[in-house]
Design a protein around this ligand. Structure first.
Ligand code: C2E
Ligand code: CA
Ligand code: CA
Ligand code: CA
Length: 277
């Protein structure tokens, strides 16, 4: 048995060795990333289409590894979710985003901030308390903070999700369904989940300029959301055409490269002053 085990290990090692090695490296390095202040938040503006004004920004994490350079959240967030490091990371993200939001308020800048919360957090008891503590400590108003949770994460355990979202809403925090339309959830969850906002996934926006199925889906989602008194945010707006079509269709908020890319706070603030929005 022992020998078989060894052979299996060797086989494993040779075929995906480099892949699992870098996974392990990432895990070890992640442990130090917070202490060594290797994380940074970038901010991407959200545009209110009715007023043509920026209402705030989404905070997106960046990791500058001392040797490997910038590592995308799409690479390290899944690792952190698997090994539990995500809880420390989220705490840092919340703290940093709330601190920044408070700074924006002081400078009379749009002060709404949204953070991405891993679905794993919904199923831990301390999420609501952590958020509450962070808000109090930072001195922001609860309605300055929004949490974005992916659709798939919300429907794994709907009862718990409903309970947590209800608590957050009681405090005054906004909750949005991220990547709406890409999950395997049924529309009936819209009745159950007490969320405020739907963020339409950028895959629907990409081909919006062509008359086709994406256009019909986007228009229908906007109508549905409005009928249910939900706010709709379109993400991945890359062209002026997208913006015009979305506006015409009644979408309230847009986000995407056409408006601005996610950038560090100093660049974001500079952009706020210079941009025509
Ligand atoms: P997401 O929440 O759906 O964030 C939107 C992603 O789309 C961001 O990628 C953003 O840079 C990108 N994006 C924005 N506008 C456009 C556009 O016009 N065109 C295109 N093609 N892309 C656009 P990013 O920053 O690499 O983040 C990727 C994902 O990583 C996020 O997807 C989110 O799921 C996750 N993530 C980012 N920051 C955090 C965090 O602090 N905590 C957690 N748990 N997840 C995070
Ligand atoms: Ca998001
Ligand atoms: Ca999204
Ligand atoms: Ca996404």
């Amino acid at each position: 048995v022992k020998r078989e085990g060894k052979n299996m290990y060797q086989f494993f090692d040779e075929s995906i060795g480099s892949c699992s090695d870098s996974f392990l490296d990432l895990e070890t390095d992640l442990q130090h990333a917070i202490e060594r202040q290797e994380f940074q938040l970038f901010y991407q503006p959200k545009l209110d289409l009715a007023t043509n004004r920026i209402i705030g920004a989404e905070a997106l994490i960046r990791w500058y590894h001392p040797e490997k350079g910038m590592i995308s959240p799409e690479q390290f967030i899944p690792v952190a979710e698997q090994n539990g490091q995500i809880y420390e990371i989220t705490k840092w993200v919340l703290k940093e985003a709330c601190r920044q939001s408070r700074e924006w308020t002081k400078h009379q800048l749009p002060s709404h901030v949204s953070v991405n919360i891993s679905p794993h957090h919904l199923y831990r008891r301390d999420l609501v308390q952590t958020i509450l503590d962070t808000i109090k400590e930072s001195g922001i108003q609860p309605n300055q903070l929004e949490v974005e949770i992916t659709e798939n994460g919300l429907v794994q355990n709907v009862d718990t999700a409903v309970e947590t979202i209800s608590k957050l809403k009681k405090i005054g925090i906004q909750v949005s369904i991220d990547d709406f339309g890409t999950g395997f959830s049924s529309l009936s969850y819209l009745k159950t989940l007490p969320v405020d906002t739907l963020k339409m996934d950028r895959s629907f926006i990409h081909n919006l300029s062509e008359k086709g199925k994406d256009q019909m889906i986007v228009q229908s989602v906007i109508q549905l959301a409005r009928a249910m008194k939900l706010t709709v945010v379109a993400e991945g707006v890359e062209e002026e055409d997208h913006l015009l079509i979305l506006k015409e269709a009644g979408c309230q908020i847009a986000q995407g490269y056409f408006i601005n890319r996610p950038v560090p706070n100093n660049e974001y603030v500079k952009w706020l002053h210079d941009s025509h929005f």
